[in-house]
Design a protein around this ligand. Structure first.
Ligand SMILES: [Zn+2]
Ligand SMILES: [Zn+2]
Length: 550
């Protein structure tokens, strides 16, 4: 007897673990009951006080993670765990793994017991979500109920994710309290949350608001971490990004968007304030890797929430509109997907024209005209229209006409001001640059398209509303083009070349780009560099602009 008790005491943690792993395979139901019982008997706040609870927990956690992670093989394109692990995990699920997890997560002291335990349980739940997404095995409602519980519990303990939160006795092997809150946050933000969000959308969970709260919270508290966190995941609970637009989406009164708007106005803004949210959004918009589909998804997601009254008032002062405008430029410069170009422009015009109409000029459109070059954006959209695919043309025409009409109203307001008013002058200058070339471009496009015709009429009207006359504009542009051509003739267009500023000593004119005939270069080297850094895009526009005067 004595010797056997000595053996038990000397059993190492690894042997304990091996023992429980074996037992899970043989008697999953029994282990789950023992786990539940050990949890109910929990005492103190360390793993030493709760040896059995801790050992069973990590045994289940190891097995769950093996079943739900990188050790997977792929079968028919779907991940499939090593058969034995998968079978054992399925047996745990069948015998009530979700129910035990739910009971544990529901207890108010779940986050206070000892944090390695909390994290191990969250890891188990993550594995349940992952496997549910890949291979729905047992019962949807079980996972849904567990998911709703865990989101509620996470939200109730949100302070624990913050440095200086109530975690006081994090064990030294985890680096103390600060390290621990970081670890806990990573577990939730990087691992658990994305899967929770995905499942919640797939299975239409009820706890949407709890998910949105956690999403917003995680995003706000991971500043400058754009490279590690997918905004599409973080935004998903706040904004139904993965939902294909359908009629209910557009229904602001009842659809998912109405929930997003309500959440923004009633919760997000009152809890965190409009400014911190917008400043955080500036960072996300400026992340260099957010282009193409990612940028479209982001803009789609935030375009309505930022039009909330309190946010709307801070769009200029927080730098959000500038960050937005820079993101548009990044898309056109770095994007590889042409259809995204249009979509980005489309969301931008939607947001900008609402601001122009709804916000006092001083806070809204003045900033858009002065700092964000909005006239050029509207002009760009109008020029893109003739080339869009048939499926995009319908909504694109509506958006272009809406923007033109918004800025026609703005023009009317400007006409009331004195001719010396600087905003009025800036606006007119921009219109001067854009209006006539775009008008000519539209005329050059096929007249067989009724949309292009409508746009042409609206654009023509727009210029007249600003007080531009076609004859005068044509003459002005021709004069300017001639003057600019004379200036360009002896200067290299590559802005870093010394002959960009300085006049080239060669008596004859420099060689022109064969694409546009406008840009001139002193050498092939300069031309190559300019092409790579932007002329590739400008070339076509310059050619079209030149065409307007021929
Ligand atoms: Zn040069
Ligand atoms: Zn060119």
């Amino acid at each position: 007897m004595a010797s056997s008790s000595t053996v038990t005491q000397e059993t190492t943690a690894e042997e304990d673990l091996a023992f429980w792993k074996g037992r899970i395979e043989r008697e999953p139901a029994v282990v789950l009951e023992l786990w539940r019982a050990a949890f109910r008997k929990r005492s103190g706040r360390s793993n030493i006080d709760n040896t059995e609870l801790w050992t069973i927990t990590i045994a289940i956690s190891f097995l769950s993670q093996a079943a739900g992670s990188g050790e997977n093989k792929f079968v028919n394109g779907r991940p499939w765990a090593e058969p034995k692990t998968a079978r054992v995990f399925a047996a745990l699920r069948k015998n009530g793994l979700c129910a035990v997890c739910e009971e544990i997560v529901k207890q108010p002291d779940f986050f206070d017991l000892f944090l390695p335990f909390t994290i191990a349980v969250l890891d188990i739940i993550e594995a349940i979500c992952v496997l549910e997404l890949w291979l729905p095995v047992v019962d949807v409602s079980e996972v849904k109920s567990l998911g709703e519980c865990v989101t509620r519990s996470l939200w109730a303990h949100k302070d624990y994710f913050l440095e200086g939160g109530p975690i006081l006795d994090a064990p030294p092997e985890y680096g103390g309290q600060k390290e621990f809150s970081v670890r806990l946050r990573n577990t939730v933000v990087d691992l658990l949350a994305p899967f929770l969000f995905e499942l919640a959308h797939k299975q239409n969970w009820g706890a949407q608001d709890d998910l949105r709260r956690i999403g917003l919270f995680c995003w706000l508290h991971t500043e400058g971490n754009e490279a590690d966190i997918l905004p599409t995941h973080i935004f998903k609970p706040i904004l139904p990004l993965d939902t294909k637009p359908d009629p209910s989406m557009i229904d602001m009164e009842r659809g998912p968007l109405s929930e997003v708007i309500r959440f923004t106005t009633e919760e997000a803004v009152p809890t965190y304030g409009a400014e911190p949210i917008l400043r955080r959004l500036c960072q996300t918009l400026r992340a260099p890797w957010i282009v193409d589909a990612k940028l479209v998804a982001l803009m789609q997601g935030v375009s309505l929430p930022i039009l909330d009254a309190k946010m709307n008032a801070k769009l200029a002062s927080t730098g959000l509109l500038l960050a937005w405008r820079d993101a548009v430029d990044r898309q056109f410069r770095d994007g590889t997907d042409v259809t995204s170009n249009w979509q980005v422009l489309d969301y931008t015009l939607q947001v900008f024209s609402v601001i122009t109409i709804d916000v006092p000029i001083a806070d809204g459109s003045a900033h858009l005209v002065r700092e964000c070059g909005v006239v050029e954006l509207v002009s760009r959209a109008v020029r893109m229209y003739p080339e869009l695919g048939a499926s995009e043309k319908g909504s694109a025409l509506k958006e272009c006409l809406r923007s033109i009409s918004a800025y026609k109203k703005f023009a009317a307001a400007m006409n009331m001001r004195s001719g010396k008013n600087t905003l009025r002058k800036t606006f007119k200058q921009q219109m001067h640059r854009e209006w006539y070339p775009t008008l000519q471009y539209l005329r050059s496009q096929s007249r067989s398209n009724i949309g292009t015709e409508k746009l042409l009429l609206a654009w023509d009207d727009f210029g007249k509303a600003v007080g531009l006359s076609e004859e005068q504009e044509k003459a002005k542009h021709a004069r300017e083009a001639k003057k600019a051509a004379a200036e360009r003739a002896h200067h290299c267009a590559w802005k870093e070349c010394r002959f960009n500023e300085e006049k080239h000593p060669m008596p004859t004119t420099l060689r022109a780009c064969s694409g546009c005939g406008v840009a001139r270069y002193c050498s092939r080297e300069c031309q190559r560099k300019d092409w790579k850094t932007g002329h590739k895009i400008d070339c076509r526009r310059l050619r079209e602009a030149e065409g307007a005067f021929v």
